[in-house]
Design a protein around this ligand. Structure first.
Ligand SMILES: [Zn+2]
Length: 305
């Protein structure tokens, strides 16, 4: 799990706990307001002179009365009244100067609805959480289910000179020539970096690592890939697949592909199954064919998450 999905998971559980606390508070507040006397209708009528105020809730099934006594102060009561006595009751209360409020829908009802819906809300939340987890798993195993795919292309070529180390895909190969370049001249890493940045719409390797900057002199190109990966994460892109062709007359690259795939996958934080490498010669034609240069083409596919 990467850091952003960990943050999302934490946020999700904080929301669930918050929702639970809110519900608990609402329910307990509702419980408190319901506390007090529960007189019968006749008891209530015998104390009608002690009433300070009442609220009558008219719901389809029952008529409920809540209110407060004058004495004892702040003491509340709650009772259900027969429907037929309501007009007479209200006029009696009003004659005695009692403050009377009539409400069609009990204001606390939404609390009950929320309370009833709480298990459903929790269930839906948990399903969303599971879906998110599953999506993450699918993404890691190469199945893209969200976001439209984006592709980027990258190309690089370096001249080869005697006595320089030949580094391709982060691996140094035994050979008498190596690339001339500001960094380590890794054509595969550079083309891959361009493909990734291109797919994400983030410019190219020269924008991020200008060869005029002495900071990048002789640097390991895996650093460029690690930086590109960071930029992709910030823009919420997932690397789905990388396909590359490296063109060089010599040496044979195929035997080194497993190590190259491992190095590239490690730098990009993906599985090696997402990195596909191919080798070509140039059939003895032009600079590459004469062994004077090495080149690479890369296509990268990303999805947004
Ligand atoms: Zn390059």
């Amino acid at each position: 799990m990467n850091s952003s999905s960990t943050a999302k998971t934490i946020l999700f559980w904080i929301s669930i706990v918050f929702l639970g606390v809110m519900l608990w508070k609402l329910v307990s507040a509702n419980g408190r307001s319901a506390q007090g006397d529960e007189p019968s209708y006749s008891e209530f009528m015998s104390r009608v002179d002690d009433i300070k105020e009442v609220t009558l809730y008219l719901s389809p099934n029952s008529y409920e009365l809540t209110g407060e006594y004058i004495q004892p102060a702040n003491r509340r009561f709650h009772l259900t009244v027969p429907k037929e006595v309501v007009p007479d009751l209200l006029s009696q209360l009003r004659e005695r100067g009692v403050l009377v409020r009539v409400k069609e829908v009990r204001s606390g009802d939404w609390v009950l609805i929320l309370l009833n819906a709480a298990p459903l809300i929790l269930l839906v939340g948990f399903c969303l959480f599971l879906m998110r987890q599953t999506q993450g798993k699918w993404r890691r195993t190469g199945v893209a289910i969200l976001g439209s795919p984006r592709t980027g292309i990258g190309y690089d070529l370096h001249r080869l000179e005697q006595g320089r180390p030949l580094i391709v895909g982060g691996i140094e190969l035994p050979f008498d020539k190596g690339p001339v370049g500001h960094s380590d001249g890794d054509v595969l890493a550079h083309a891959l970096c361009d493909a990734l940045l291109g797919a994400a719409g983030l410019g190219d390797i020269g924008t991020h690592f200008p060869d005029t900057d002495p900071k990048w002199k002789g640097v390991n190109s895996m650093l460029f890939l690690e930086h590109a990966k960071k930029l992709l994460d910030e823009k919420r892109f997932t690397i789905e697949h990388v396909d590359a062709v490296v063109i060089t007359e010599k040496p044979k690259l195929g035997p080194h592909f497993p190590k190259m795939r491992e190095a590239l996958a490690k730098a990009l934080g993906v599985g090696t199954e997402k990195i596909h490498l191919k080798a070509k010669t140039n059939e003895g034609v032009d600079a590459i064919g004469r062994g004077e240069a090495i080149a690479a083409h890369v296509v990268a596919t990303l999805t947004s998450r």
